[in-house]
Design a protein around this ligand. Structure first.
Ligand code: ZN
Length: 100
């Protein structure tokens, strides 16, 4: 009848990583900020065949510090290195704890 097949197609999901979430804490005011790196459109390829993504994060509070994030990905778009200025990387759990 094709009924079970149609249910399966509804619940099938894409397995390829499309986004990478970054959680940071502003060094100046302590505000936590999160952003999503679009792995399909936001990466720049380098001479060595790897990828790099740069983001500047500014919080919503009255602090004008710009948190500069640079992420390095290998050719499989997996994170291999990350750098940050004016802030620190935190985990998703720390972000949730800070935002309640
Ligand atoms: Zn700040």
């Amino acid at each position: 009848m094709g009924f079970l097949e149609s249910i399966k197609s509804v619940f099938s999901t894409e397995s390829a990583p499309e986004g990478h979430w970054v959680y940071v804490r502003c060094k100046r005011c302590g505000e936590v900020i999160k952003t999503r790196i679009d792995l399909q459109n936001s990466l720049s390829s380098t001479d060595s065949g790897d990828y790099v993504a740069r983001k500047t994060l500014v919080g919503n509070q009255l602090c004008f510090e710009r948190v500069e994030v640079t992420l390095h990905f290998n050719r499989n778009r997996q994170l291999v290195d990350q750098e940050i200025f004016n802030g620190e990387f935190i985990s998703a759990e720390e972000f949730e704890a800070a935002t309640g």
